[in-house]
Design a protein around this ligand. Sequence first.
Ligand SMILES: Cc1cc2nc3c(=O)[nH]c(=O)nc-3n(C[C@H](O)[C@H](O)[C@H](O)COP(=O)(O)O)c2cc1C
Length: 138
Amino acid sequence: MVQVPKEAQEIYTKQRIISLATVDAEGKPNTSYVAFWWFEDDETIVLIDNFMKKTRANLEATGWAALSGYDMDIHRAFQIKGKATIETEGPRVERGKMMAAQFEKERGMKMPAKAAIAVKVTEVYYLQPGPDAGKAVA
Ligand SMILES: Cc1cc2nc3c(=O)[nH]c(=O)nc-3n(C[C@H](O)[C@H](O)[C@H](O)COP(=O)(O)O)c2cc1C
């Protein structure tokens, strides 16, 4: 399995709202945003499905996910690609529900935390402009 470098993990964590690209069985792309997510370990990102529609259908159809992150202060950016598995119960979903409860307390908006999407990292690329753009990190 491929490991996400600590630098990339820090950038995604600082950005917090990350972009999620998926693809359907015909190759049609889709992008959305994710605020409820965490690095479970160096090889796994967990996303929480609150409102996913095309995203969820695409993840069920192909399993492919790509997530990008950018730090404008240091001008570094990464893309992570991976294969997703979907869980509708278990400790990851429970953690999503805890995040939802905290969000409701702070922001007054209810989030359903319907499922947890565990993305196993398969590739990591540099995305910032310059000589490393598009190169594989891992
Ligand atoms: C700032 C922001 C954060 C979001 N975070 C999440 C999230 O953590 N989980 C989720 O399911 N949807 C989240 N959404 C909603 C998705 O971007 C999107 O509306 C949803 O997946 C439905 O679009 P789709 O049909 O492309 O899947 C967020 C949207 C925004 C603007």
